[in-house]
Design a binder for this molecule. Structure first.
Ligand code: CDP
Length: 225
């Protein structure tokens, strides 16, 4: 990967504002957007359909070998296809998926299965002619692209985040997921060292987008020969 290609890493807990910001930045700057939460959700859905649940979670490592990952780019967005199939958003955000995704995502084998796939998204973005990559998740600045200088960590009051989720009409125990995500051994949700912290409860979406755009402008001024 060349040093001029901007890779923007946005991490944070559930409903912290990562998706709306990432989508808007991708649109404004012609970046490819990758939501790694949807990767974990897609894998979870595929495993649920193979009869895996919390009581037989130990079967996951063996089942992962039956799962083939590819990328489908549509508009600004790159989506994970499992065995050639990209599930619809609403299938990924059911209560059934919400309830087990963090337990599945805590397994090192599951994270390992996605590690190279997620790093490869930068090459895909470059090859597809995008101006950069914006990737959102829990461990992007800490594990997937720790080398990028464009690392952000979003947070907001839990009550505000719960309200945002309610507005989206979803049944989701976000505090419970955050607790599992923050305390797991493999790639826990944490603010990466040197990342810019943004409290999204105290800024409008427009202001948050501006903070990111300013950082990308500064990055470009610095790396451009
Ligand atoms: O939309 P929301 O912020 O609620 O969640 P998401 O980004 O769709 O992520 C769903 C779950 O996937 C998280 O609660 C984590 O357990 C897991 N995840 C992860 O472990 N690492 C990532 N990079 C992204 C998501």
């Amino acid at each position: 990967m060349n040093d001029y290609f901007p890779i923007l890493a946005i991490d944070g807990g559930a409903a912290s504002g990562k998706s709306s910001t990432s989508k808007a930045v991708a649109e404004k700057l012609g970046f490819m957007h990758v939501d790694t939460g949807s990767h974990y959700r897609t894998l979870t859905l595929a495993l649920l359909r193979k009869g895996i649940g919390l009581d037989n979670i130990d079967l996951i490592p063996a089942k992962l070998s039956e799962i083939h990952l590819t990328s489908v780019v549509k508009g600004q967005e790159a989506r994970l296809a499992i065995n050639g199939f990209v599930p619809a958003d609403k299938e990924l955000r059911t209560q059934e998926v919400n309830e087990v995704v963090s337990q599945f995502a805590a397994l090192p084998e599951v994270r390992q299965a996605l590690f190279q796939y997620q790093r490869d998204q930068a090459e895909i973005a470059l090859k597809e002619g995008f101006e950069g990559l914006v990737m959102e998740g829990r461990d992007i600045g800490s594990v997937i692209f720790p080398e990028t200088p464009l690392r952000f960590f979003f947070h907001a009051d839990p009550e505000i985040r719960a309200k945002r989720r309610e507005k989206q009409g979803q049944q989701d125990k976000i505090e419970q997921r955050d607790a599992i995500d923050s305390t797991r051994k493999a790639a826990p949700l944490t603010c990466p060292q040197g990342a810019t912290q943004v409290d999204t409860a105290h800024h409008t979406l427009g202001e948050v987008i501006q903070i990111i755009l300013n950082a990308i402008r500064a990055f470009r001024n610095k790396v451009q020969p």
